[in-house]
Design a protein around this ligand. Structure first.
Ligand code: ATP
Length: 230
């Protein structure tokens, strides 16, 4: 579904990714794990066209991926950034409608995202700044779904959230997974990530240092200690 091959990228003169190679399969959840600063967010930003691809290739659904962010979204990659990027001066409804206006045609509608997150239905007329962290995360996910993505990419969806909200987000992502949504999940929360993932890639110093199954990494304390500091 999404393949990175030998990708180099970074910020200006600072190279962060060094030959990043990974593959997300259709209908599966790939968790990308790694310590702070390993290059996880940089990988996602490079995929989304927010950072330049200095070397290597990125292919999506069998073809080289366009580098323009708007086109990447229109081709079917939904992105939930770490910063959530809700428009604070707009209401929940307006935030959602903005996405729906430019969305690909598909099954996800305003009604369906509210069915998934009923809390958003109660907050439709509230402004972005009036939302709790959990509600903002729900809105960010709902907005990405409204684009009718073929692949949903989430950067640290549990960051800063209370345990009860983490559980709710977990259950919603599990629902999406059961419905066959392809996903890439970057997470610091090891238990959260490995319970949702079909495949795991561990990133260290800008490249994949290990890949395998959630069961294999759960059983490997040495690997967890070395690359995740767990
Ligand atoms: P984190 O959990 O901290 O987000 P990460 O694996 O996602 O970890 P990245 O955000 O990809 O890490 O950062 C990788 C490296 O790039 C780090 O050394 C970081 O300092 C550097 N970096 C990140 N953003 C910038 C930036 N805007 N300008 C320069 N360097 C940056």
């Amino acid at each position: 579904m999404l393949e990175l091959d030998g990708v180099d990228s970074g910020y200006g003169e600072t190279q962060v990714l060094h030959g990043m190679t990974l593959c997300a399969q259709p209908g599966r959840v790939l968790a990308i794990l790694g310590r702070n600063g390993a290059g996880k967010t940089t990988t996602l930003k490079t995929v989304m066209g927010l950072l330049p691809l200095k070397k290597g290739t990125i292919r999506f659904a069998g073809a080289p991926l366009d580098r323009r962010p708007y086109h990447i979204a229109r081709f079917g990659i939904g992105y939930v950034p770490e910063t959530r990027d809700i428009f604070p001066s707009l209401s929940v409804r307006e935030n959602l409608m903005l996405a729906a206006r430019v969305a690909r045609k598909g099954e996800w509608t305003l009604e369906r995202v509210i069915e998934l997150f009923p809390r958003l239905g109660e907050r439709l007329e509230n402004g972005g700044t009036q939302l709790s962290g959990g509600e903002q995360q729900m809105l960010a996910i709902a907005r990405a779904l409204l684009m009718n993505p073929r692949l949903l990419i989430l950067d640290e969806p549990t960051e800063g959230l209370a345990p009860i909200i983490v559980k709710l987000i977990h259950d919603k992502l599990a629902e999406l997974r059961a419905a066959g949504m392809s996903m890439i999940l970057v997470e610091q929360n090891f238990g959260f990530a490995t319970s949702l993932a079909d495949d795991v890639a561990v990133v260290g110093r800008g490249r994949v240092v290990w890949s395998g199954s959630p069961a294999a990494i759960r059983a490997d304390a040495e690997l967890q200690h070395r690359w995740l500091g767990v």
